[in-house]
Design a protein around this ligand. Structure first.
Ligand code: DX5
Ligand code: ZN
Length: 221
């Protein structure tokens, strides 16, 4: 992937004006839109589902980066791909048959990612990493926007970057949770190529200015 991608998470947007927020993020130069789906079981919060994804599909041309933080994701992949998801990422901790799930997503024509909670070791990816378009490394515990990134997890990004480079693999690394203007250079320096920025973007005055600052910092790291 040539350019580092800045991907605002709508969980941090003003949900009373979602269409306008998405339009502003798109106009501001966002590369994708990150959609955090939580069920109140895998992650402690209940957020949104396929209905909102299909509404988003009608409001933006941006690729929809759907981050499933739910139990039994197999049950909903069809609905999210039908709703217009471009990338679907599943939590490794919730997938009993991960190879089958990953290929089910690919067969739907979506890019496929696997997400790891902070304490989940990279070794769980050993047999599936070659099949992935994306790995989301959570820099916070799943469930909430506006948390602080745990700098100890930069080592996990470095280790995954090494695995991907040494294996000549195609997967991109998406860092998710607590990304800000203060830490994005270190996160990019550790080897991430895609940066979820929820609070950093949607709590700022000028989304376009923030997105380009984030991207410049990531690209010059
Ligand atoms: C956490 C979510 C993240 C979070 C990002 O469970 O997966 O995507 O919403 O929001 P910020 O950038 O505010 O940490
Ligand atoms: Zn997320």
């Amino acid at each position: 992937m040539s350019r580092k991608k800045i991907v605002p998470s709508i969980l941090s947007a003003d949900l009373t004006r979602l269409a306008q927020e998405v339009e502003a993020a798109e106009k501001g130069g966002a590369d994708w839109l990150h959609v955090d789906v939580m069920d109140g079981h895998f992650a402690p919060t209940i957020t949104i589902g396929p209905l909102i994804v299909s509404a988003l599909r009608k409001t933006t041309k941006l690729p929809l980066d759907v981050h499933l933080m739910i139990e039994n994701p197999d049950r909903y992949i069809e609905q999210f791909s039908e709703a217009g998801a471009d990338i679907i990422t599943v939590p490794v901790e919730a997938c009993t048959h991960l190879h089958r799930t990953v290929h089910f997503i690919k067969d739907r024509g979506c890019q496929v990612g696997v997400c790891l909670n902070p304490a989940t070791p990279l070794s769980l990816l050993d047999c599936i990493l070659p099949d992935l378009d994306l790995v989301i490394l959570l820099m916070v515990n799943p469930g909430f926007k506006g948390q602080k990134l745990d700098p100890a997890l930069l080592a996990k990004i470095r280790a995954l970057r090494k695995l991907i480079n040494e294996g000549g693999l195609q997967a991109n690394i998406e860092a998710d949770g607590g990304i800000s203007l203060d830490n994005i250079s270190q996160v990019a320096g550790a080897g991430a190529d895609i940066f979820v920025a929820g609070t950093a973007v949607f709590s700022s005055k000028d989304y376009g200015e923030t997105i380009s600052k984030l991207r410049n910092l990531a690209e010059s790291a």
